[in-house]
Design a protein around this ligand. Structure first.
Ligand SMILES: NC(=O)c1ccc[n+]([C@@H]2O[C@H](COP(=O)([O-])OP(=O)(O)OC[C@H]3O[C@@H](n4cnc5c(N)ncnc54)[C@H](OP(=O)(O)O)[C@@H]3O)[C@@H](O)[C@H]2O)c1
Length: 342
């Protein structure tokens, strides 16, 4: 697989792998399968792995970042650290989702916590350096300059190679970039989640920052393989796009499927290929990180790097956002995502 450079010098495989769902979030999988999936991603040339300290079910009796996803990734790294570009994140300190009090503060970005989080991730991952370390969510009670200043200390200490920010606004990105170079923004970007194109993506183009679109398959929805019942049972049931808007949003799936059929590709491949096209159009190096618990789907998704979309396909796919009913946020608090703070 060819490579893409994010920021000044972070070179990654053109497609990454989002490891979030190999520990329970959209249903589950067993640990042996999860580890086999991680190996399969690297075997397929998808060597840019995305985890976070908060991914995975919390261990009984503990609070805060679970670390179980990082511990799983550590098992891959034990054998293959040199093959992997490792990305992880810190900053979400509480659980999100149904049944969680939306008034609870769920983020921390103070300097003391930043230092603690870095050391904790390194320990769990069993490595001495993180290639790309993201602030997962902004702590709006702490100036972003303090958070990024402490992240930069970790770079100076040799514990981190490059810095990233997730779900930041364009002005937060600009402020952060004056403190330390930011290699990549990771935020939701897909055919049906395009709010970042208004401010954040242009700021990335202006500053030379790469973009890592998360949930590039619309958390699976764009693939057309999910059922309403499946989605209602997990985190995805929290968005305004499911429930009573489920049926209306099937028009989105239909539009993607029509393009896929004409191009002899799959919905997932078309959704990923559109992101590469959108990144080129915006002048921003773009590396999507689809996740799956299936080895077969890794091969399918990897093939999207070679799928070129013609003008007819791009026109049809650009219209998908207008068919979408309901916002993308999975949390009741609008400030949880960048467009809620722009
Ligand atoms: N920074 C953030 O706040 C943030 C938020 C969310 C996610 N992320 C990152 O982004 C990564 C990807 O996001 P995501 O997992 O939310 O969503 P996604 O990659 O858009 O979609 C994942 C879903 O799509 C399904 N899928 C994958 N490939 C498929 C294919 N070829 N055909 C049919 N279905 C397919 C998976 O099901 P199966 O497992 O059954 O294949 C899974 O349910 C995460 O792993 C995480 O690393 C970051």
């Amino acid at each position: 697989m060819h490579t893409i450079t994010l920021g000044d010098d972070l070179t990654t495989s053109a497609m990454g792998f989002g490891a979030m769902a190999v520990t329970p979030v959209y249903g589950g999988t067993d640990e042996a399968t999860a580890l086999a999936v991680l190996h399969a991603a690297v075997d397929a040339g998808i060597t840019f792995l995305d985890t976070a300290d908060v991914y995975g079910a919390p261990e009984p009796g503990t609070d805060g970042p679970a670390g179980t996803n990082e511990r799983l990734v550590a098992r891959l790294l034990a054998d293959r650290r040199d093959e992997v570009t490792l990305a992880t994140k810190f900053g979400i300190t509480g659980r999100i989702g149904a049944g969680v009090d939306p008034g609870i503060k769920r983020t921390r970005g103070d300097a003391e916590y930043v230092r603690h989080a870095c050391n904790a991730s390194l320990r769990r991952l069993g490595t001495d350096v993180i290639d790309l370390w993201y602030m997962h969510r902004r702590d709006i009670e702490v100036p972003i300059e303090e958070t990024v200043g402490a992240m930069a200390e970790m770079v100076a200490a040799g514990k981190v190679r490059s810095l990233g920010l997730s779900e930041v606004t364009a002005s937060e990105l600009r402020a952060a970039h004056t403190v330390a170079p930011i290699a990549a923004v990771q935020s939701e970007w897909s055919l049906w989640s395009r709010d970042v194109e208004e401010h954040v993506v242009p700021a990335c183009a202006e500053l030379g920052v790469g973009f890592v679109p998360y949930s590039p398959l619309g958390r699976g929805f764009l693939t057309g393989t999910l059922t309403r019942e499946q989605v209602a049972a997990d985190l995805r049931g929290n968005t305004a796009r499911t429930g009573e808007n489920w049926a209306a949003n099937q028009r989105v799936v239909d539009a993607v499927a029509a393009v896929a059929e004409r191009l002899h590709a799959t919905n997932a491949q078309v959704a990923l290929a559109w992101l590469y096209a959108a990144g080129r159009r915006a002048g921003v190096p773009t590396v999507p990180i689809p996740g799956t618990r299936s080895i077969a789907r890794i091969t399918e998704n990897a093939a999207a790097v070679d799928l070129m979309l013609d003008d007819e396909a791009l026109t049809a796919l650009d219209a998908v956002a207008d068919l979408t009913v309901g916002g993308r946020n999975i949390v009741a608090d609008p400030s949880w995502i960048s467009s809620g703070r722009e």
